[in-house]
Design a protein around this ligand. Sequence first.
Ligand SMILES: Cc1ncc(COP(=O)(O)O)c(C=O)c1O
Length: 380
Amino acid sequence: MSHGFDTLAIHAGQDPEARTGAVIPPIYQTSTYAQDAVGAPRQGYEYSRSGNPTRDALQECLAALEGGPVGLAFASGLAAEDTLLRAACKPGDHVVIPDDAYGGTYRLFAKVAERWGLAYTPAKVSDVDAVRAAIRPGVTRIVWVETPTNPLLGIADIAALAAVAHDAGALLVVDNTFASPYLQQPIALGADVVVHSTTKYVGGHSDVVGGALVAADRGLGEELRFHQNAMGAVNGPFDAWLTLRGIKTLGVRMDRHCDNAERIAAYLDGHAKVGQVIYPGLPSHPGHEVAAKQMRRFGGMISFRAAGGEEHAVEICNQAKLFVLAESLGGVESLIEHPGRMTHASAAGSPLEVPGDLVRLSVGIETVDDLLADLEQALG
Ligand SMILES: Cc1ncc(COP(=O)(O)O)c(C=O)c1O
């Protein structure tokens, strides 16, 4: 029987525990497991890097929410990305990446994977022809997209890019961190692997760092599982438990994030102290139609250009009070940041450099009038 999203978020992988009936999956804070005889581990559990029941519960839930056969939980989003790259690529291969990828993802490609022999080309993922042109036939192994992108909220047409990638014999990888599986399910649109920084909306409470991969194909999923164990960047039991606790409310949180973001985007749009407002829910956003086609709603992230330039953008970030000045996103509390000097500083001087007058908001689930009042005083 198939269930709705919120039912899966609360129950998938989370049956009451067999021994005691504990309704919540226990935190199996153990590194190893007693074996009944040599070569006879109980229910396959032998060592927690290879398998842990709390992590298994999270993995099963993530797979159910993204609609793939295999879900895997990692120590961070970047650990998940690194594991995927090394499982799917070898030195000499090529990857197409977004021209406004998350700075840490860009750094992984530019400073780590390239040294290891993996070439990459940044392309505008909202432009299907640009992605097609960036592919090197026979060499490109992955077309990697974020949608919406971080921080410019570009929208990639997942179904169209899946066709482009598959025509070239490449995999389509979608970083679904900004949307969360509640708003967008890339596998149903043709993606081969979904990536998450579960640190963000999936965990949702800014109290745990984690990452995830969900594969559309069981064979690829098992390959990724092998690398998860062989490389070792696993999610710990307590972190997995915290993430699962957050996941239960993902649907209701996302709806409130979207409600608040829609109100704030409308307020900023046309404000005298604000230049361009970048929010996929605004009809003026160039990706609005594609976003409306592939997303349930438009998410909780808003970027905008400060009318007074870079110093004004920095001042807005410094003046905000309820919006906490901090990196990261996707928690219940609202955050504000200056991407050029904070999250995306590692992209300075590269093709992925972001505009200096850009401010990024992660709109939380507080009372929206309080958030609007804080922005009004911060804009100066
Ligand atoms: C879109 C996106 N992908 C991946 C990551 C990396 O995740 P983590 O910080 O959990 O390693 C981030 C972090 O901000 C992100 O925003």
